[in-house]
Design a protein around this ligand. Sequence first.
Ligand code: ADP
Length: 483
Amino acid sequence: MNMIAKKFPNAALIDGEWVTSNKTFPVYDPATGEEIASVPDLGAKDALRAIDAANSALPTWSTKTAKERAAILKRWFDLVTAETESLAQLMTTEQGKPLAESRAEVAYGASFIEWFAEEGKRAYGRTIPTTVASKRYITIKQPIGVVAAITPWNFPIAMITRKVAPALAAGCTIVVKPAAETPLCALAVAKLGKDAGLPPGVLNIVTTKDAPAVGKVFCEDPRVRKLSFTGSTEVGKILYRQCADTVKKLTLELGGNAPLVVFDDADLEQAVAGAMASKYRNAGQTCVCANRILVQSGIYDGFAAALVKAVNKLTVGPGLEPGTAIGPLISSEAIAKVEALVSDAVKKGAKVLTGGTLDNAGPLFYRPSVVGDVTADMSIVQEEIFGPVAALVRFDTEADAVKLANDTPFGLAAYLFSQNLGRAWRVAEKLDVGMVGVNEGIFSNEVVPFGGVKESGLGREGGAEGLEEYLETKYICLGGIDA
Ligand code: ADP
């Protein structure tokens, strides 16, 4: 087994016990193709066992005070932070992103644990002025109950802590199915949670290759009161349907098709820096990556030239090598998709301004690329690219930009670059998305609400809103006041 993988568990976690199985599946380093570990390939029965455990742990965990839960979560935050370097190495080894980005993700992932440890103490209800002299109206907040979470591979720690921390802080217990590509980070973080004092059953991790089977159990079990999912819109829709029969609460963080709009009055340097940060982080494999770069005619040539210059400075290579800016994509399917999108665009008249081919670092490495003269009918701006390819679309007026930006079933993130405050505000209001970066390519953190509209999902993660997702409001009417 790989050295760094050896440091952390390679067994699933159910009811506080490390669970092994005769049936396992391998985890690969996408940079080298090396098998780094194998983990249990659990099934429907194990998923049920994990729900049993979460359900048994619920009464004790939910009746602890928020302060008691916060103390454990704070210890967890400290342990994750203390292990930043080894967690980052593990993440780069199983996911591929450059080490500096992995370190940043460990900090980002840990920040949710710290934030929700604090925020859990502020699950305030209300007293509502009465309408009848004999009655008083109060609301209290209570944990939803057992939660199930299904998470993707692109942020193997943060996508877990962004769900687990608010759930646990609110008093819920949880069962997590991490992506089969990146189960090791999930298990490592869970181990640190166990070390921090999370009682058995409060956090369970079910590793599996058979996501549909485990997902079905999560959706159909009436004891699971909430499902939180981050992943593709396609799978999100399946889960949404499967949760109908038990009327579960849902948080869905689905796909995006983020426009990044550069107006003529943008600061060119700022726009290029924003586009670089938004587009090429994690080799373009984030749901908020700029998927369509809409550039106004007057600045188009200057922007394209400056972007190509910046892109040509990016170093491609294994994430563990110092100086790497672009690591491998997650799989050969991801490479095939990027190649197909670029080739479709070129066939329809787009021009490759730089890149446009595999890199010789290995079969999963794609060169950071810029494709110009893209038009709205090309698949490259209709589908999520999930690779290091910027697609530039020219537009003329502000109204054209808004129309193009909103012409998609998705509505997660958008970015706009303009030095005109009136225009920036006006356009930000008109974009049908959950999040807008104005003159900024990176906006996510633990204190703000992350989420989308339209087919990009339901609910918000992070911020005060992120805690609400795991709470029910109970209204209590107290009668007989005026004796
Ligand atoms: P991605 O393109 O990021 O892999 P997916 O939506 O396919 O997006 O995967 C996100 C998560 O959903 C992963 O943990 C994956 O295993 C899981 N998943 C995929 N298909 C299903 C399904 N039918 N039911 C439940 N979970 C699923």
